[in-house]
Structure formats: C-alpha cells, structure tokens
Ligand binder design. Structure first.
Ligand code: SF4
Length: 376
C-alpha cells in the first residue's frame, strides 16, 4: 500500500497531526479502554477542517483539504471531561448532550478555526453549536443530509459542498476510488470480527469509528490497517460466547466494549461505526451516502439491524443511548420492530461504566445464557 503519498492530499503536509494521531492510535490499541493520548495543537492545525459528524469526506479531500473528526479528538483526549466543563462554564446547559458540549469546549480550547457542521441528519443541537462557535471561526461550511433520503436532494447537497470547496462530484468520485482499498480492508476486518472471531469487538469499534476521518491521514491509516490485518491473521479464533450487537451512537463510556467482553460476550456488530465506514463497496458516491442509514431516521437502521442479526447470528443487543439525545426515543421502535433481546443502557459524561450498568449487563447475559441453554 505504498501509492498513497501522492493519492491523498492529507499525506502531503500532515506529519505533525499524523504522528499525534498514530500515538493516539497506539495508545488505544495497547490500552483500548483508556481514553488516553491527548491531541495537542499541531503546527499546521489551521490547515485542518473539523467535522461534527460523518460527511462525504471525498469532497473536501478532492479539494486537497485535511479533515479531522471533532468527536474523535474530543473523546480520545486525555481529559474529555475538561472540555464538557469548559462548555458548561461558558453557559451550555447541564441538560445538553455531552458530545455537543465536548466539541464546543474542544474547539474553543484548541482554537480550531475551520469547521464543516452537519446540520441535517445528525443532531439539531449542531445548529446552536454552530451559532455559539461562529465568532471563533474563520471558515464555516454546512452539510445537510436530506430527510427523507431523496437521491436527487442528496446529490444537490453534495454538489453544493463541492462548489463551495472548488471541486466537483466527479473529482470526489475519483477520491472515492482511491479510498476503496481502505474500505475493502475495513470490510475484511469486520468479517474477521463476526465470522472468524479473531478481531475483538473493541478493535472492530475503534477501526470502523476512525474511518469517519481516517484519523486525519488516510494514507497512514491504510498502512496501519494493513499491518493490523496482517498481525491478526496469526491469531486463533476465540471460543464461542454469547454473540452481541451494540446499537446506537458511540458511547461516552470508555470501557463499554471491554466490560461486555469481560462478562462473556463476543461483540460481533457495532452498528453505527459500521455505518460510518461505508462498507458497501460497489456503490457510487451519491448512492454510498444514500445507503448510509444513520442520518435518515430509525427505519433504515431497523432494516439494517434486522439483516445483520440474522447474518451474524446475534443472541442479544445492547442499545447505548446518550442522555439528553433525541435518538433515545428511537428505542421505542427498536424494541417494537426488532426480534432479538435488547438491553438499553444510558451514559451521560465521559467515564468508565458505572456499577449499576455493569450489573444490568451481567443480568442480561444470564438471561441470554438461559435462552442458549434452552435452545430458544
Ligand atoms: S448523541 Fe444525540 S444529542 Fe448528542 S450529538 Fe449525537 S445526536 Fe446529538
């Protein structure tokens, strides 16, 4: 995978951030449930565009812009709580989602000046986030996934963003082809998780989640991913365990995956991170982002989840919900429309999992083991 230096604009001038991201990555890999590795201001930070959620990254990349996901930077920092508290000091209400407050505090503290806000299909709080950050920013873009998911409307929105960045959908499509080998490797990593059981649920989560921005440097990401895949081929398949799917937005708990796997579950499905990774490889750019379930309400998610339950032989689902998030309401429909046991848990602030939630997961597993024993 050596051709990426000329393929990706990020590789040309991203040494400082790339090295920092690699450090974060190594830290996550060696201590996967410890939110460690602070992202400190790189010398070329002003060259980066922060994103507030997944966007068609191919567009800014084709305009030779560098992209970094603000969610990932916030949550993998040494002290994410610090940024939440900073937002509250500035007046953000306690009853506002931690992800929004964390991004706000992080952007302020790190003086990030260029942001693409996802104003449709992610979170209505992003509108207020944008409005409160505007005085601090030099360049501001928005991207809105249409609701309902209309292909023509999505194409128009992508064309608008392309024009604003001085590029075209066709050029973005070319970048999409260059990202193809990475997505293909991510699809293989996902298969190795659920089919062969040699990739852990946390590793799966980490890699798929990081694909929203490819850790700011797709070429390095590709190289590291290839090395990781080569290293896991030597592993023995794990013993059979209760097969678990994790639904919902990325958790603020630092050790949810570790806890589930410690208690005896094998995580074979990370719903939203898998969506971020766009693993349907045969789609053109517009179709790829139309197939992406996350921005389009609960029904495409339910369809995807039901399909994956069958394919991955999932025994039970853990639905992570974020305090003060409107997506918590979707739990009603997930429970109604999904024929698989679901445990719903809730997190508020960045922390390790609390004892009550751990106990609830343990009880859920006892119930699943009982079903297993009875063959139901
Ligand atoms: S968790 Fe919910 S409320 Fe928080 S940023 Fe995401 S969508 Fe918005």
């Amino acid at each position: 995978m050596s051709h990426k230096t000329e393929c990706f604009p990020l590789s040309q001038n991203s040494c400082t951030l790339g090295d920092r991201e690699q450090a974060i990555h190594r830290e996550r890999a060696s201590s996967p449930n410890n939110c460690s590795g602070d992202f400190t201001k790189p010398s070329d930070e002003q060259d980066f565009f922060g994103i507030t959620s997944t966007i068609p990254i191919e567009i800014p990349l084709s305009a030779k812009k560098k992209i970094i996901d603000l969610n990932n930077l916030f949550i993998t920092s040494n002290n994410p709580d610090k940024y939440v508290k900073l937002a509250e000091e500035k007046g953000y209400p306690r009853t506002c989602c931690t992800w929004i407050k964390g991004i706000y505090g992080y952007v302020l503290e790190k003086r990030i000046s260029k942001i693409i806000f996802v104003t449709g299909g992610d979170c209505s709080n992003t509108h207020a986030l944008r409005e409160t950050l505007l005085p601090e920013l030099k360049e501001v873009f928005t991207f809105s996934f249409p609701y309902p998911p209309d292909k023509e409307a999505l194409k128009n929105e992508m064309e608008k963003l392309s024009t604003e960045f001085g590029t075209t959908i066709l050029e973005a499509e070319e970048i999409g082809k260059k990202l193809f080998p990475i997505r293909k490797m991510l699809a293989e990593l996902d298969r190795l998780t659920w089919e062969e059981g040699i990739v852990t649920g946390f590793e799966n989560f980490k890699w798929l989640l990081s694909s929203s921005d490819f850790n700011g440097a797709p070429d390095k990401f590709e190289q590291q991913l290839a090395e990781f895949l080569s290293s896991v081929k030597r592993r023995e398949p794990g013993v059979s365990k209760i097969r678990i799917g994790v639904l919902g937005v990325p958790p603020v708990f630092s050790d949810l995956h570790k806890t589930i796997e410690e208690i005896g579950g094998k995580i074979v499905f990370n719903e939203i991170p898998r969506q971020f990774a766009m693993l349907d490889l045969d789609l053109d750019l517009v179709s790829r982002y139309q197939k992406y379930s996350y921005p389009y309400g609960v029904w495409p998610r339910i369809k995807d989840i039901n399909c994956q339950i069958e394919k991955r032989k999932i025994d039970g689902l853990i639905h992570y919900t974020q305090s003060f998030c409107y997506r918590q309401i979707h739990d009603i429909l997930l429970r109604r429309m999904i024929k698989c046991p679901i445990l719903t848990i809730e997190g508020e602030n960045p922390s390790e999992i609390d004892q009550r939630t751990r106990l609830r997961i343990e009880s859920f597993f006892e119930m699943l083991e009982g079903r297993h024993f009875k063959g139901t």
